[in-house]
Write a new protein. Structure first.
Length: 227
């Protein structure tokens, strides 16, 4: 049975997948939604290690040797899941980036983003190690009820994770992947996915499409090659 390991991006937590998990479960899929540390000193390597640990627990539960995981990373977590997949290639069948940041070995999110993005983030952090969450509208969430729900849950994110560089093993290049691209586009996520060698599919919806169109996103996840 396929397990979807769903990793949310910056300022989000496992709660970001609450609307998708039941849809995947109704299709007979298992889900794991690890949280990434929001500790001020947490870095990209720490987050990748946390996801690798979640894969290890899944492997233990499955008895080992089962390459049945679809590893999904949203936004910033695109960097995290690719690094984690390279650490545990025997466990991961497919990587999915949902509007995900991705780059070559040694890249950082700040290096991939426009200079204006880094300047805005550092200005928001104000010299502190945590970046306060931006408003829900930043993620394309404009419905008043959804925006209120999201605003209550967003949390500060460690600044260091945006400047840390990725450490990718050669194994990650051998794991197939898909880039799910939200429309209208915000950052060059299509280019990131294609440069990683991933196929791409589009979905109409904002950056936080897992909140606004969970059923549509779940259908795309269920269509990942290999099922």
């Amino acid at each position: 049975m396929t397990t979807y390991v769903l990793v949310a991006g910056a300022w989000h937590g496992s709660w970001a997948w609450e609307r998708i998990v039941p849809v995947l479960a109704s299709a007979g899929m298992r889900t794991v939604t690890p949280d990434l540390s929001a500790h001020p000193d947490a870095g990209l390597d720490d987050h990748a290690a946390e996801v690798a640990a979640a894969l290890d627990r899944r492997e233990g539960a499955a008895g080992g040797g089962s390459r049945d995981v679809v590893l999904v990373g949203h936004s910033y977590a695109g960097l995290v899941v690719r690094q984690a997949a390279g650490l545990r290639p025997a466990a991961v069948r497919h990587v999915v980036l949902v509007d995900g940041w991705a780059g070559p070995d040694g890249a950082s999110l700040f290096a991939l983003a426009p200079h204006s993005f880094e300047a805005a983030v550092r200005r928001s952090a104000g010299g502190r190690p945590l970046i306060p969450p931006p408003p829900p509208e930043t993620f394309g969430v404009t419905d008043p009820r959804d925006a209120a729900w999201l605003r209550e849950r967003l949390r500060p994110h460690p600044l260091r994770t945006f400047s840390d560089t990725t450490t990718l093993t050669p194994a990650v290049a051998r794991i197939p992947g898909t880039g799910v691209l939200c429309r209208p586009a915000t950052y060059p996520f299509e280019r990131f996915a294609k440069e990683a060698g991933y196929r791409t599919v589009a979905i109409d919806g904002p950056h936080d499409v897992m909140l606004t169109r969970p059923e549509a996103l779940a259908r795309l996840l269920l269509d990942v090659p290999g099922h």
